[in-house]
Ligand binder design. Structure first.
Ligand SMILES: *Cc1c(COP(=O)(O)O)cnc(C)c1O
Length: 488
């Protein structure tokens, strides 16, 4: 493992300072006693002592050791790592938004309320939904919220339903949310075209079904051709249909979940609507519903009475709060700025371009890697490294690591679980043809290496600051503490 940048402590030289403050001109005497001597250190804290220039260089170098959307191509399937226009950041930092206090009186935050109200109108329009709550702060949080709404709806009708049906291609958060929501998960198979297998669905439908959770296009990047029938079957059994909208980047302005049979929808503002994400946040997963489910939404909602905007708490069957205050408000600001700068036509173009880019790459790569579902894809597609594994025991992980040597973030390789050695590629709409072609060139070169020099792949990456990690140990037992040599 080669770490190229020393720790900040290793730059330390006694007496060096990154600041230049004037001499203290008030008496220091007596301050010790304010705290009481038992709270004072015996000796000064051992902080690094460095000059400002070294400090700045150190942290800038560290920031360059990571890959990010602003550094290079990031085709991480299912995550929609598109370029995030910087104007969104500027807007969200306007003091009128960023300096608000959540307890300010309503009449002093009319602008913020108006923004939330307007964003809701857009999200309603995009999804054909009756109302949308901004409270959930992640996709998974939206799923849990949606599930609570669905459960409350069934309870209200005097029914107790506990089964959540989830396709075998689903994102891992779907079964996790269902389980945390107190339901049991029943898996349905995918058919040979990658959609929900109707027979498999039929066989699990009964009066214990709470809902079906589905993302469409699914994590294979495929639009479910039987969507209307699937929704109809679940509805006939008395269940509801939940739309995991994390893949909405493929369908904006083309298909509206509220019109394809879905009852509850979450969006990932941090994916589809251009907020930087990764590393755990901040996210936003607004949940929208059809008319019949509005009474169950979390409170407060934002309403307008013709004169002023206000927080509405009186929803008869509300599931209550899912989050303190109003969700990740500044993410909503960024999403609003994005939607306004794109406009309706722009959002449609986003989806068309995202789908075009993915099909372009799929077509160019399918001779070099296996393509288990060979049909037009939506905004992403899933290759398989089976051939490479069979030939030379090169795994999808090796291919992923080798991409890092070329300054490209790898595709998703841990799901969908139904594809052996999967490589889920999502180029997004924001990459140029040249970048896509460069990715093709690199992937073709890696396929050749897999045949001719598999050792190179097995030891990749070779050019990154840190080589191949034991990822399980790094995640489970991270060692993040620096100890001086004379410390335990
Ligand atoms: C990202 C994603 C989620 C979860 O969203 P988070 O904001 O990460 O919780 C759910 N489903 C799909 C298909 C996703 O891609």
């Amino acid at each position: 493992m080669k770490i190229v940048e020393p720790l900040i402590f290793e730059y330390s030289k006694p007496g060096r300072r990154a600041h230049d403050l004037p001499e203290l001109d008030v008496p220091r005497k007596g301050t010790e006693n304010l705290l009481g001597s038992e709270w004072l250190r015996d000796k000064p804290a051992e902080l690094p002592e460095v000059a400002k220039v070294d400090l700045v260089r150190h942290f800038v170098k560290l920031s360059q050791m990571n890959h990010g959307v602003d550094v290079g191509f990031y085709p991480l399937g299912s995550c929609t790592m598109k370029y995030n226009p910087k104007i969104n950041e500027n807007v969200s930092r306007l003091s009128g938004f960023s300096d608000l206090h959540p307890y300010q009186p309503e009449e002093t935050v009319q602008g913020a309320l108006e923004l939330m109200y307007r964003l809701e109108q857009y999200l309603k329009e995009i999804g054909a939904l009756a109302r949308v709550s901004m409270q959930p702060v992640a996709g998974a949080h939206g799923e849990l919220t949606g599930l609570f709404i669905i459960q409350a709806y069934h309870r209200k009708r005097g029914e107790h339903r506990t089964k959540v049906i989830i396709p075998d291609s689903a994102h891992g958060t779907n079964p996790a949310s269902a389980t945390i929501g107190g339901c049991s998960v029943v898996e349905v198979k995918s058919d040979e075209r990658g959609g929900v297998d109707l027979e498999s669905l039929e066989s699990v439908l009964d009066d214990d079904v709470s809902c079906l959770m589905l993302t469409n296009p699914n994590t294979l990047g495929l639009f479910d051709e039987n969507m209307h029938r699937v929704a109809e079957m679940v509805h006939e059994a008395g269940g509801l249909v939940y739309y995991d909208g994390a893949n909405a980047n493929a369908i904006m302005g083309v298909a509206r979940p509220g019109e394809t049979g879905f009852d509850v929808v979450h969006y990932n503002l941090h994916k589809t609507f251009a907020t930087p994400h990764g590393g755990g946040g901040p996210g936003s997963g607004p949940v929208g519903v059809v008319e019949e489910l509005v009474p169950f939404l979390p409170v407060p909602l934002v309403d307008y009475d013709g004169e002023k905007y206000f927080l509405k708490y009186d929803l008869p069957h509300s599931i209550g709060r899912m989050r303190s205050f109003y969700g990740n408000f500044l993410v909503a600001v960024k999403a609003y700025a994005y939607i306004r700068t794109m406009g309706g036509e722009g959002l449609l173009q986003v989806s068309k371009d995202a789908v075009l880019s993915a099909n372009y790459l799929m077509k160019k790569l399918k001779d070099y890697y296996d393509l288990p579902f060979d049909r037009f894809c939506m905004h992403e597609f899933v290759l398989s490294g089976s051939r490479q594994k069979r030939q030379n025991d090169v795994r999808a992980l090796d291919i992923a690591k080798r991409l890092l040597d070329h300054g490209i973030h790898p595709p998703t390789i841990y799901f969908p679980l139904i594809v052996d050695e999967c490589l889920m590629v999502e180029p997004t709409e924001t990459e140029s043809l040249e970048t896509l072609d460069e990715f093709v060139r690199v992937m073709v070169e890696i396929a050749r290496e897999a045949e001719k020099e598999p050792e190179v792949l097995k030891e990749a990456p070779h050019r990154t600051p840190v080589g191949r990690l034991d990822e399980a140990t790094a995640a489970r037992k991270p060692n993040l503490r620096w100890k001086r040599e004379d410390q335990e």
